[in-house]
Design a protein around this ligand. Structure first.
Ligand SMILES: [Zn+2]
Length: 284
């Protein structure tokens, strides 16, 4: 039942046993508001395919995303542990599935298990680090590199190259005007990185988009890899297969072709995205 949520997957059988009888499946539709800031927390969410944005709303009606939580995290864990009040607005940015449990169940499990409590604390630190990175990113990096970062993180969490976003929504998440998003999306499309149609963005050149994204994409990804060191992303499984395939081919090559064999390490270190993604897990 741990399914596709990497936090649940990383639990020991004992820790999972504390939660599993109480987990219930949930479908979350896009743009559903799970909590407003100050709301009582009635459910804790472990997203599978759904992706949730934690946003800060301003009195002027504007809002800006502080963190994005999906299958590598849990929504409202800190509120469940103490106070049971959400400190930010949580809105579903990509509809999908997940699991829920009552906040009291999460708290009880954390009080019973030191390892689970420790994991939750590290998770909250990771969300905090993501929020800090977002603040630095919004103040420093260009809209183009921020949009690339944002699309890549949404892709990682939804595991889908096609993302259902309007320019208005992207503008709200990035804290910029819709016209700025429109301009930048056009630039990325002209460069062959994405295809944009009404309310839908398709990533068509992952490597180029990764090169365009600001450093914050890699930094946040590294934080989450550290959080659950035992987790191996399906993307990384692909990378492992690529490396295994190349290793087997290198071994099959005749001994009289040393120059081709010596190409191996260089080809492994090229900027192919699966390999670079693997390196996050290795170094995280
Ligand atoms: Zn950045």
């Amino acid at each position: 039942m741990a399914g596709q949520n990497l936090i649940l997957q990383s639990l020991s059988a004992g820790d999972l046993g504390l939660l599993e009888p109480h987990l219930k499946p949930v479908d979350l539709r896009q743009q559903k508001v799970l909590y407003e800031a100050g709301d009582a927390v009635n459910l804790v969410y472990f997203p599978y395919t759904a992706v949730v944005s934690l946003v800060v709303s301003l009195s002027t009606g504007e809002m800006i995303e502080a963190a994005m939580v999906g299958r590598d995290g849990v929504v409202a864990a800190s509120a469940a542990m103490d106070g049971k009040v959400s400190l930010s607005r949580a809105i579903v940015q990509i509809g999908g599935t997940g699991m829920t449990c009552a906040p009291d169940i999460l708290k009880k499990a954390a009080l019973q298990s030191e390892t689970f409590h420790s994991l939750l604390m590290r998770h909250e630190q990771t969300v905090y680090a993501q929020a800090q990175q977002s603040a630095a990113c919004n103040a420093t990096h260009t809209v183009e590199t921020r949009l690339a970062r944002w699309l890549l993180r949404a892709r990682d969490l939804s595991q889908n190259d096609t993302l259902p976003f309007t320019q208005e929504f992207l503008g709200e998440m990035l804290g910029v005007r819709r016209t700025s998003v429109s301009l930048v999306a056009h630039t990325l499309q002209q460069a062959g990185m994405i295809k944009y149609s009404r309310g839908r963005i398709q990533i068509v050149n992952l490597e180029a988009l990764t090169d365009t994204a600001c450093e914050c994409y890699g930094t946040i990804r590294k934080h989450y890899a550290s959080l659950a060191r035992r987790q191996i992303d399906p993307v990384d499984f692909d990378a492992v297969r690529v490396l295994q395939h190349e290793f087997v081919n290198a071994r099959r090559r005749p001994a009289e072709e040393p120059s081709r064999c010596s190409d191996g390490p260089d080809r492994h270190s090229r900027k192919a995205s699966p390999t670079s993604l693997l390196s996050f897990t290795k170094t995280g």
